[in-house]
Design a protein around this ligand. Structure first.
Ligand code: PLP
Length: 368
């Protein structure tokens, strides 16, 4: 890794490739792989990530919102793109940009059919989402008869996929619930598939589903967090490589006397003489206030320095007492040499939230 002179999120595409290959090795050769690149590819760079994944053989992409799918198309991505959470007001744009909508309710199905018929489309691909227990988006399994009836009425759309999403695939204590979801999904497929001319792509598993439920991979799996280097368990984290490394530098060093305070609201009061460093990133960069007050730490020349006081908008302060360092030295928040999962966990959150929060103000630097 190179020395930085400002705050950067270094994105290592060779780590992405490693994770892709590792996850692929868990699948049988005919199982397709969908890369989830929503939220700017979990805070990385969605176009750069999608380009590399396209090159090494990913089959499909998914984003949350229509706008994100359009960005990928504008970036030259040509693989199929599933929009997981479109609104009916987006449907013309979905079609114009050759995106595939997740149709998750009676309302969205009726609205999409209306748009597709108005544009005189034939067999426009959609994926249907079934709510098997997450209770977030999706048709109730009881809606199968209604769905079969509606789908038979139109030639404008074609069911290219049917999927569902697991609520707790990373949690062994919830295995029974996950097995119930798998069974619920299968029962719903049994009601819908016999009525369709072409067999759709069936997909259920996210990253921890891939790892913990090999019997439920179906025709395709959807992986997000695993591609970026996190396996939702310490054992799996070891086999994956973090794609993003957030680094910055020491802007200024202060020597604080016993009893003096640091930062807004004077939250940190030095119990004894303390050496502090000010770093050029803050909650506007995605290092939220929950990481302050010594909840978690950063790496300075190989040693952990706690974040002290309240995180400011554009700065945060760390305690570097006893650490040999100078202004201009590099600081690692998380990444290759320091676990983002741990950084997040120490402050009571998860890697997903930490990495997707790194704001667009932080420069992305692509390596490898
Ligand atoms: C975000 C998301 C995923 C990816 O989950 P990971 O745990 O990051 O692998 C898969 N499917 C759906 C529906 C999602 O919303």
């Amino acid at each position: 890794m190179s020395q930085t002179s400002e705050t950067v999120l270094e994105i290592d595409l060779s780590a992405l490739e490693h994770n892709y290959n590792y996850l692929r090795s868990k699948l049988s050769p005919e199982t397709k792989m969908l890369g989830v690149v929503k939220a700017f590819a979990y805070g990385n760079d969605s176009v750069e990530i999608a380009k590399r994944l396209s090159k090494i053989g990913i089959d499909y992409f998914a984003v949350a919102y229509t706008r994100e799918g359009i960005s990928l198309r504008e970036g030259g991505i040509q693989k199929p793109i599933l929009v997981l959470h479109p609104q009916s007001t987006n449907f013309e744009e979905v079609i114009e940009n050759d995106l595939i909508p997740n149709i998750y309710s009676k309302f969205t199905l009726e609205a999409f059919v209306k748009t597709a018929e108005k544009l005189q489309l034939k067999n426009y691909p959609i994926h249907l989402k079934i709510n098997t227990g997450l209770n977030r988006l999706g048709f109730d399994p009881e809606d199968a008869a209604w769905l079969n009836h509606k789908l038979a009425e139109t030639k404008a759309i074609k069911v290219e996929g049917i999927f569902s999403h697991l609520a707790a695939s990373e949690d062994e204590a919830e295995r029974e619930f996950t097995l119930y979801q798998i069974e619920n999904y299968q029962k719903t497929l049994d009601k819908i598939l016999p009525k369709l001319d072409d067999q759709p792509i069936r997909h259920l598993c996210n990253t921890s589903g891939i790892i913990n439920y090999p019997e439920a991979h179906y025709d395709m799996v959807r992986t997000g967090i695993g591609l970026y280097g996190f396996g939702n368990s310490a054992a799996e984290d070891k086999k994956l490589k973090p794609v993003g490394t957030l680094k910055t530098i020491i802007s200024q060093i202060h020597h604080i006397k016993e009893g003096e305070s640091v930062g807004y609201n004077r939250v940190f009061k030095a119990p004894l003489a303390t050496k502090t460093a000010t770093l050029p990133l803050g909650h506007a960069d995605g290092i939220n206030r929950i990481y302050g007050k010594q909840k978690t730490g950063v790496l300075v020349n190989g040693q952990i320095a706690p974040i002290i006081g309240n995180v400011c908008m554009d700065m945060l302060m760390i305690d570097i007492s006893g650490i040999d360092c100078q202004e201009g030295d590099e600081v690692i928040l998380f990444g290759k040499d320091k676990s983002a999962e741990e950084f997040a966990h120490n402050a009571g959150t998860i890697s997903y939230e930490l990495i997707t929060s790194i704001s667009q103000r932080v420069k992305r630097k692509i390596i490898n």
